[in-house]
Ligand binder design. Structure first.
Ligand SMILES: Cc1cc2nc3c(=O)[nH]c(=O)nc-3n(C[C@H](O)[C@H](O)[C@H](O)COP(=O)(O)OP(=O)(O)OC[C@H]3O[C@@H](n4cnc5c(N)ncnc54)[C@H](O)[C@@H]3O)c2cc1C
Length: 286
């Protein structure tokens, strides 16, 4: 079992990972591609102490090299859920699962706004992961709402396993869809159903579906970790970066403003130190 699973590999996650390794803890860092970090989008950073004038990608590369030198291994997958299991946690990232003693959430800012019906039908026909749930819909109609970089690949995978796939994009220019996958461009989306999702309404057109896969880069903290306390979209923490769930810590943009690298790095460090302390305490008690 891993000591600390870190979800998100931006400055907060990498800082947490380095500090956890320095505390001699084993680390599993699961993250989307590093280019999805907000930092990778910054043209030039002038307010990070000691390293002025670097581009965001350059700074990320420095952070990642540092993490690598501490033995941090990165798994490039999207985490779908984390579930408490007694004294540990199970996290599922696409088709894989892992067990960890503690969790540090460093998922950055999640753009607000779910589709109407999304929350109501999540787990009842609505899924965030084609690789995890695709097999349930073999031979049936599915819609992929493609908002992530790998959405086309996931739609093609569903087609390959025998689903009848409609891909819905919000702008023109989707490339790479397998032959047989229908492409619809629409902006206003809504999920309708009764006990389970039955259709996606796309700019007024009804697309019947047994499964609706909403593929975004980021998933809101409450959807990853049921029951975690969130206020105005940010995870509530104390000064030790503890969340409302014992053993779960959070750091960086996901805990709220200011959205800055130095804050993310500092909080990542604090989260790792208290996660390490939590593990040591549990060990003594057992
Ligand atoms: C254009 C721009 C310019 C900026 N300029 C500056 C600046 O000059 N100075 C400054 O201090 N700050 C700047 N910022 C802000 C800074 O980039 C952020 O505050 C910082 O990146 C936050 O780090 P983080 O680790 O909390 O989140 P992020 O850097 O956003 O990293 C979070 C990572 O977690 C991943 N993730 C999310 N959900 C999941 C999941 N379910 N499974 C796996 N991975 C997941 C994300 O894809 C991402 O890679 C800028 C931001 C932008 C957008």
């Amino acid at each position: 079992m891993t000591d600390i699973a870190i979800i998100g590999g931006g400055p907060a996650g990498l800082s947490a990972a380095i500090n956890a390794r320095i505390r001699n803890k084993t680390v599993l860092l699961v993250t989307n591609d590093y280019k999805d970090s907000y930092l990778a989008k910054a043209e030039r950073v002038d307010n990070y102490l000691g390293l002025p004038g670097l581009g965001g990608q350059e700074l990320m590369e420095q952070f990642r090299k540092h993490a690598e030198s501490q033995g941090v291994e990165e798994v490039n997958k999207r985490v779908i859920s984390v579930m408490p299991m007694g004294e540990s946690f199970f996290l599922s990232y696409e088709s894989e699962v892992a067990e960890a003693k503690t969790i540090i959430l460093t998922t950055g800012v999640v753009p607000a706004g779910k589709l109407p019906g999304e929350g109501e039908f999540l787990g009842k026909g609505v899924s965030y992961c084609a690789t995890c749930d695709g097999m349930l819909y073999r031979g049936r109609k599915v819609v992929v709402v493609g908002k992530s970089a790998d959405a086309v690949e996931e739609a093609n995978y569903l087609h390959e396993i025998g689903c009848q796939v409609t891909f819905v994009a919000d702008k023109e220019g989707t490339r790479g869809l397998a032959e047989g996958v229908e492409l619809v461009t629409a902006k206003r989306l809504e999920i309708r159903g009764d006990k389970a999702a039955e259709a996606l309404i796309a700019d007024g057109r009804e697309i019947p579906a047994d499964g609706i896969f909403i593929l975004r880069q980021a998933i809101s903290p409450q959807d990853i970790m049921q029951g975690i306390q969130v206020e105005n979209g940010s995870i509530v923490t104390n000064k030790r970066m503890e969340t409302s769930i014992p053993g779960v810590f959070a750091a960086g943009d996901c805990t709220g403003r200011p959205y800055q690298i130095a804050k993310a790095v500092g909080e990542g460090q604090v989260a790792a130190l208290y996660a390490a302390e939590y593990i040591d305490k549990m060990k003594k008690e057992n």
